[in-house]
Design a protein around this ligand. Structure first.
Ligand code: NAP
Length: 439
């Protein structure tokens, strides 16, 4: 007679506290309730919300929180004996989010966060704390919302050297750019539309100036290259300076304008930059529509990986957060940045000006004799070789729009030419400079 199987000892529920019940927190409550049974089977144990907290207890959040313990005091929420995992969904690089993250990890509890600003600025310290306490720090939702790109790079592609990671990391900007493309709208009109549709905040600075994408890029770079997170080394310029003519000229050149975060590691060091670029129309990034995000990672054995999906929103962000919680329930976790903090390199910052490629430069100039010669002279003096020089009449700003495409050359030469032209009385406003990507 064969021995009867030993019945598995049921594992105790994983007890979760939610700090912040806004867009994302509300989504997490809904998801954990809607998929409760499936999650328990996948996690190997039930996942239970035991306590919740936010600023205003009486606010209508569109979810029934009456069955959960409400804690007015975030510290009490984190310190409670019946809490295994703290899910931080407050936001902000510092302040209460950072305080509770430190308290949770310091107390040996698992921390799940959607907070890219906090991870970008304090990720190394938090990871060190998590290591010291041998407890998980998970942040899938902090980069590209619902796209499981952290897990894919940290686990699925972990055997590869990654030379380059890049993508569309901000849905608000992508929405604005695709609206400009479709309707010919100006930046200001497309931004107003994005605000009316709920895709952009009343103060859009973090999104349109590239800061949000910079946070995400710095996190991706650390993971992909095994380098120390260094948000100070990321340079960012946003999309405010784009005009409708830039979108049209890009299209005429067989490209589309996208805000691209790119990190690349080579012999010169680590390059991390967020800026609007001309993307060839046959590259998948040119087809990422609306508020979606997309990430490309190039591994030396796997080749090019392309991930696309919703970068924000209650459902997609909750999907990423709950996946982290399920990993914790299964005891599947490791160092936050795929290796211990002490094993991460401090890569030198590569000189962005030395990067060679083709460039697009757009100027608005006064309509008078000699201006074109002045531009050509500035370009020549700065060592920029011009491939094409397009003048197509006037734009909104009462000037003549000049679009220039250069031959391959270093970005520093373009910067030098624009510095010369900044002193000209005939150039109106700020010129636009975008690299033309060869992907
Ligand atoms: N929204 C997205 O699609 C998305 C996507 C990816 C990542 N994220 C990240 O997820 C996090 C949360 O974003 P969200 O959109 O859900 O923000 P949100 O809607 O503004 O919600 C923030 C929550 O935090 C609470 N809160 C704020 N300050 C607090 C304080 N000082 N003390 C206690 N509670 C406080 C708020 O309480 P009250 O409700 O009582 O005011 C609210 O419940 C951020 O880090 C964000 O970057 C968001």
């Amino acid at each position: 007679m064969s021995p009867s199987p030993v019945p598995a000892v049921p594992r105790p529920p994983l007890r979760v506290a939610l700090a912040g019940i806004g867009v994302v927190g509300g989504g997490v409550v809904k998801l954990l309730e809607a998929n409760r049974e499936l999650i328990a089977r996948r996690a190997g144990r039930p996942v239970e919300i035991v306590a919740v907290s936010a600023r205003d207890r009486h606010k209508d959040r569109g979810v029934d929180l009456s069955r959960y313990r409400w804690e007015d005091d975030m510290d009490a929420l984190v310190a409670a004996d019946d809490v295994d995992v703290v899910v931080e969904m407050i936001g902000g690089g510092d302040g209460p989010a950072l305080t509770i993250a430190r308290h949770a990890l310091g107390a040996g509890k698992a921390l799940v966060t959607a907070n890219k600003a906090m991870i970008a600025h304090h990720g190394l310290d938090l990871a060190r704390l998590a290591e010291a306490k041998d407890t998980p720090l998970k942040y899938e939702a902090a980069v590209a919302g619902g796209i499981p790109v952290i897990k894919a790079i940290r686990e699925g592609a972990s055997a590869n050297q990654i030379a380059r990671v890049y993508g569309i990391l901000n849905g608000t900007c992508n929405y604005i750019l695709t609206q400009m493309e479709r309707s010919g709208a100006s930046f200001a009109e497309a931004l107003a539309g994005a605000q009316a549709e709920g895709y952009a905040e009343a103060d859009p600075t973090f999104d349109v100036d590239g800061i949000d994408a910079a946070h995400k890029l710095s996190i991706l770079a650390a993971l992909c290259f095994g380098t120390r997170l260094d948000i100070g080394a990321v340079t960012a310029s946003g999309i405010r300076n784009l005009i409708a003519a830039d979108i049209r000229e890009a299209e005429a050149l067989g490209h589309r304008v996208r805000l691209i975060g790119m990190a690349e590691r080579d012999a010169n060091g680590l390059y991390q930059h967020v800026q609007p670029c001309l993307v060839p129309a046959d590259h998948p990034l040119a087809y990422v529509p609306g508020a979606l995000n997309a990430v490309v990672a190039e591994g030396n054995f796997v080749g090019r990986l392309f991930f696309e999906g919703a970068g924000a929103g209650a459902g997609p962000t909750a999907s990423a957060i709950v996946a982290d919680i399920i990993d914790i329930a299964r005891d599947e976790y490791g160092p936050a940045f795929a290796m211990p903090v002490d094993a991460l390199d401090a890569a030198p910052v590569a000189d962005a000006g030395a990067r060679v490629g083709k460039h697009y430069v757009r100027l608005i100039v006064e309509d008078r004799i000699g201006v074109l010669a002045e531009i050509a002279t500035a370009m020549r003096d700065a060592g920029v070789s011009i491939e094409s020089f397009i003048q197509r009449g006037t734009d909104d700003d009462d000037g003549v729009v000049i679009a220039i495409v250069t031959h391959e050359g270093p970005a520093s030469a373009i910067h030098a030419a624009l510095k010369i032209l900044a002193a000209s009385d005939h150039v109106i406003g700020t010129p636009m400079h975008m690299p033309i990507l060869a992907l």
